[in-house]
Write a protein that binds this ligand. Structure first.
Ligand code: KG4
Ligand code: ZN
Length: 331
């Protein structure tokens, strides 16, 4: 089964073709970082307007890369939430139009299930697993018993981890999105230089909170100014270390509490090199398996949506044309 996946829930427009949920045929991502960077964050109206311009060329390129025509596609998967409603609507409306005109079934995919589906796309993971989905819009832990069977274990009560990275980067004049920049600077810094708080780390709950950490960095900058050179590296590393400590600790606790031996991490922040290293070290120590996608499959992409759609379409599921975008769709 050849499935076209379309993802437009935030500021990336992506389309991909995946065969039988596992075989990568193509993936095209059109990023809008250049549009939003000057605002230090995503401007929803600009994001959806740009999506309208890119959706057709991105899908066409994904089909070209896979050497397929739209008539050879067996099904379409498209994100219908959670996300910025204007952004989601562009991909969703396009998928519905193609489905109607070409008679191809389509299925709406929960973006969070998309991230989880990357584990099924990659294969080799043992069920059940604890999934840590950590991005600019989400930070959550869930237990995955099988495809489609998820239990939410905890989520952020305020900022997502990626949002905290981006806000701190803005404070430090590092541009947007800042996660990857902090990652790069942090590699040259000392993570123990500044003792930032580890919010909620010892709490019994598996929920997260990152806004206090962002405020702590803000207070530091107000007191000492924006540091330069090695001090900037040290600040980046110290902030990053605090976020990573919380993410690792909570994930291991989630495994322990639920008797689960396998971890999967995804979302843009899962591309963070320190998180990947520290989670791997800790998993080894605790006797847990860890599956981490390559960075390109951690950030938003059409492959995860195409893969999730395959598993739904093959059971005969499809969506009706009145499917609407749901901004706050939960897992
Ligand atoms: O999954 P994603 O592409 O989009 C959302 O659904 O949000 O994640 C984007 C987020 C941004 O906040 C970005 O700063 C963060 O992921 N990010 C990183 C890294 N690469 C991207 N954060 C920390 N370290 C990185 N290497
Ligand atoms: Zn995402």
């Amino acid at each position: 089964m050849l499935v076209l996946g379309i993802e437009s829930s935030c500021d990336d427009m992506s389309a991909a073709v995946v065969e039988n949920g596992r075989k990568f045929l193509s993936c095209v991502v059109s990023s809008q970082d250049n549009i939003h960077s000057k605002y230090g964050g995503i401007v929803p109206e600009l994001a959806s307007r740009r999506h309208i311009e890119t959706v057709i060329p991105v899908v066409e390129e994904a089909l070209r890369e896979a050497s397929l025509s739209i008539d050879e596609i067996d099904g379409i998967g498209v994100t219908y939430g959670p996300g910025l409603v204007g952004s989601v609507l562009v991909g969703l409306s396009f998928a519905k139009a193609v489905s109607l005109v070409k008679g191809i079934p389509f299925v709406g995919i929960n973006h969070l299930e998309g991230h989880i589906s990357t584990a099924f796309f990659m294969g080799g993971i043992t069920l059940p697993f604890v999934g840590l989905i950590v991005s600019g819009g989400h930070t959550l832990l869930c237990k995955v018993d099988s495809f489609g069977s998820y239990t939410l274990l905890g989520q952020t009560r305020d900022d997502a981890a990626g949002e905290a990275f981006d806000k701190v980067a803005k404070l430090l004049n590092l541009g947007y999105p800042g996660g990857a920049v902090i990652d790069r600077l942090g590699k040259r810094g000392n993570g123990k230089a500044i003792a930032f708080p580890r919010p909620f780390i010892s709490k019994d709950s598996l929920d997260f909170s990152f806004s206090g950490l962002k405020t702590a960095v803000n207070r530091y900058v107000k007191e000492y100014g924006v540091p330069e050179k090695q001090d900037l590296n040290d600040l980046s590393a110290s902030f990053q270390e605090a976020v990573v400590d919380v993410l690792v600790e909570k994930t291991v606790t989630a495994c322990r509490k639920n008797g689960v031996k396998n971890i999967f991490i995804s979302g843009g922040v899962a591309a963070n090199s320190r998180l990947r290293t520290k989670m791997a070290e800790r998993a080894r120590k605790e006797g847990l398996s860890l599956t981490v996608p390559p960075p390109k499959l951690c950030t938003d992409n059409g492959v995860m949506i195409a893969s999730a759609a395959y598993y739904r379409l093959k059971t005969g599921e499809s969506s009706a044309l009145d499917l609407n975008a749901i901004a706050n769709l939960s897992l």
